[in-house]
Design a protein around this ligand. Structure first.
Ligand code: 13P
Ligand code: SF4
Length: 339
């Protein structure tokens, strides 16, 4: 390590992670596994993380599974290999635990598209509406939310609300439009979106389907309506993964962040998975926020227990209600974590 921890921690504010160099010869996997044991730490990773991070994690899942796991873990430290709103959710659910995020700048374009001060004004225009927010939003937005949802439980959450109760849905207009279609509920939508799921090219997907006529096209509901219309199956990351395991096709074109392909390929090694092509000349559809986490940053954050997620008490107290409500409805609906 070249810099001192003191100077590196000062750099944290600027770069968002511990600015220390790790010897390229150092065995990061062994180092991370040793720190897990020594510190009674658990690594929770989202499917969009790099495959090597997924392989060192204790639990890999979608947003619902990750929050359910964060709520019940008996570890002293939760290391969140995901993005900022996910680590915040873990902190709200386990406020007495230390929650670490390898890179504090691992944000989310969808969460950023709904600044709480603007949403507060927007909500004032609809005093009779209740607010359902996709979990991909800031902790402060959760304080302005009645019930959270994820892509796994969104339909069940909307359907649990009495039919005569008007709803505002934030922040994802694409997931919102999909839910309106699926549930028949007329919701007021906030105009936000995810940069990764809005990038898919209709034209390039059609061409790819023509070249692979046997392939099924599967998509995440954060995609735009014209992409979802082409899909043989629509689901959350876990939903898409389970579909590819149970379905009999041999080939899939997958419209979501490419990290999920690692678990799909592991679960079905004889099947072929093709990432859906984006609207640019790049062949990948990586989330730049998710991909800020690296094995080096993961190791360093466990070694020095920095950067840590810290939230004001009022945000935890207010915000966790909407997450608890979501977890209750999910449990009743039999959704999420098994075992
Ligand atoms: P899920 O894994 O819950 O489907 O969420 C997808 C996503 O975009 C997370 O940022
Ligand atoms: Fe946010 Fe989209 Fe990245 Fe998920 S994939 S973290 S919604 S920017």
């Amino acid at each position: 390590m070249t810099n001192s921890l003191a100077s590196a921690a000062t750099n944290l504010d600027r770069v968002g992670y511990l600015d220390l160099e790790v010897d390229p010869e150092f065995d990061l996997i062994a180092g991370i596994n040793r720190l897990k044991k020594e510190k009674n730490a658990v690594i929770l990773a989202h499917y969009y993380q790099d495959s090597e991070i997924q392989d060192v994690a204790d639990y890999i899942g979608d947003s619902l599974g990750l929050s359910q796991k964060a709520a019940v873990t008996d570890a002293d430290i939760i290391v969140f290999a995901g993005v900022h709103f996910m680590a915040e959710t873990a902190k709200m659910l386990s406020p007495n635990k230390k929650v670490l995020l390898p890179d504090l700048k691992a944000g989310c374009s969808l969460a950023d598209s709904c600044p709480p001060h603007l949403f507060k004004k927007f909500r004032e225009k609809y005093p009779d509406h209740i607010v359902v927010s996709y979990i991909n939003c800031t902790a402060e937005l959760k304080t302005l939310t009645d019930i959270c949802c994820t892509s796994t439980n969104a339909v069940a959450i909307i359907e649990s609300i009495p039919k005569n109760q008007p709803i505002i849905f934030a922040p994802d207009k694409n997931l919102g439009a999909y839910l309106i279609k699926k549930t028949g509920r007329d919701m007021v939508l906030w105009n936000g979106a995810c940069m990764v799921h809005e990038i898919f090219s209709h034209e390039r997907i059609v061409k790819l389907k023509n070249r692979h006529p046997e392939a099924k096209f599967i998509a995440h509901p954060e995609c735009e309506a014209h992409i979802l219309e082409m899909a043989d199956f629509i689901g959350s990351t876990t939903g898409l993964l389970n579909y590819t395991i149970k379905d009999s096709a041999r080939e899939y074109i997958v419209a979501t962040e490419a990290g999920i392909l690692h678990q799909m390929q592991k679960a079905s090694p004889l099947k072929t998975f093709i990432p859906a092509p984006p609207n640019n000349n790049c062949a990948c559809n990586d989330c730049p926020h998710m991909k800020r986490n690296t094995m080096e940053k993961l190791y360093l954050c466990m070694e020095y227990e920095l950067p840590e997620i810290v939230l004001p008490d009022w945000v935890i107290k207010q915000g966790v209600k909407s997450i608890d409500r979501m977890l209750e409805i999910s449990e009743k609906a039999g959704l999420g974590l098994k075992g």
